[in-house]
Write a protein that binds this ligand. Structure first.
Ligand code: SF4
Length: 374
């Protein structure tokens, strides 16, 4: 069923007004899924055109796209997409800033602590002294990453743990907004054996201080990159400061397709959104901007990798992880972040006259608005 945009809008206006607990009928769900497929096909089509314009576009075994010298492709991402997955280590439950795209937006002061002296690894609590036991029982992962809020709030706690995993030859990467990093702490991280650090440059809209810290990190840490959700603000501020940023010589830039959850979606109401494989909901501009960014990097031959960490990449990541965990054929942890589909967030794209479906058909009998209302 290739629903028309007009019919889809009529239906979605109706679905948005339904009470929270109202379940849709199977036929109404067909309407919903047809609308999602129509939007996604049009988004994919626009992205395919943008991709066809990037001469040096490459893939990592068809799991993700990038431009640039493959030897600079982040090993943390390689582990995530081809190795045993993204093994998450959590420690710090606080951040020094509040980004509108943060998955914890609105609850940043209320994130549960991991526990005094404890680390959460793969969902289990450990004391530092338990890491030897962990390593003696489990097969070593290809990589681990420190993923909870802002580690530089208490970075000295990380050094001994990083040292332990480094002695075990496990690739480690860490995310930061970079504001609190210093020459001393970056040096200590490098000495402890941290392999890769990723600066979320969008968090500060490319602040000069963070750009400077990227340069400092390059002196001590093997692989230094930028990883940010791609937003119009970041795209613009990056290009304004492009020269200063590239002069710090980052090895890679991961452009994450911004996806939204219940915490941060309110900050993006009114934007054109799509849902990818019934999973992540994203503003359509995010991947478009990534592809435009990659084209600039490729045309200008920046000496780094630009990686398109899209919803498709996250889908591939979920499949890879589950397959490595020995799960059943097709299992994946990729899915929707919402307990109920937020129909209203798709109204702007359905109302946008410049956004067109690729082809449309009349609704079959029995599916027309008015025939299905209970
Ligand atoms: S820097 Fe990271 S953890 Fe802190 S608010 Fe921004 S996105 Fe969230």
């Amino acid at each position: 069923m290739k629903i028309s945009k007009k019919d889809a809008l009529l239906w979605f206006e109706f679905f948005s007004m339904l009470p929270e607990d109202e379940e849709l009928t199977a036929k109404q769900l067909e309407i919903v899924y047809s609308t999602f497929a129509q939007i996604e096909a049009a988004v994919d089509h626009r992205n395919d055109i943008l991709m066809s314009e990037i001469k040096g576009l490459k893939t990592l075994e068809n799991r993700t796209f990038f431009v640039g010298d493959e030897s600079k492709f982040p090993k943390g991402c390689r582990s995530c997409l081809l190795g045993t997955g993204l093994s998450a280590v959590r420690k710090t439950n606080k951040c020094n800033i509040e980004c509108k795209f943060c998955y914890n937006y609105g609850e940043l002061d209320d994130i549960p602590p991991v526990g005094e002296g404890m680390w959460e690894i793969g969902g289990t609590k450990f004391y530092e002294k338990d890491i030897d036991l962990l390593l003696s029982i489990y097969q070593k992962p290809t990589g681990i990453s420190y993923v909870y809020l802002e580690p530089f709030m208490e970075i000295e706690k990380y050094y001994p743990v990083i040292k332990k995993f480094s002695d075990a030859n496990i690739h480690q990467h860490l995310y930061t907004n970079g504001l609190l990093a210093t020459e001393e702490s970056l040096k200590a991280l490098g000495e402890a054996g941290l392999d890769e650090i990723r600066f979320n440059l969008a968090a500060t809209n490319c602040s000069d201080k963070v750009i400077e810290n990227i340069g400092k990190a390059k002196k001590y840490i093997k692989s230094v990159g930028i990883e940010s959700p791609m937003t119009p603000e970041f795209f613009e501020s990056f290009l304004k400061k492009k020269q200063a940023i590239l002069e710090t010589k980052p090895d890679f830039i991961n452009c994450a397709e911004l996806h939204l959850n219940e915490n941060n979606i309110g900050n993006y109401y009114g934007e054109n959104m799509y849902i990818s494989r019934h999973g992540y909901i994203s503003p359509v501009w995010s991947r478009e901007l990534t592809l435009k960014f990659m084209k600039i990097a490729d045309d200008e031959k920046w000496d780094l990798v630009v990686h398109d960490c899209s919803n498709y990449t996250k889908f591939a990541r979920g499949l890879n992880l589950s397959s490595k965990e020995g799960k059943w054929f097709g299992a994946s942890n990729y899915g929707c972040e919402f307990s109920k589909i937020p129909y209203e967030v798709f109204l702007p794209i359905l109302r946008d006259e410049s956004f067109k479906f690729l082809s449309e058909e009349e609704l079959p009998d029995g599916y027309k608005h008015g025939q299905l209302v209970i």
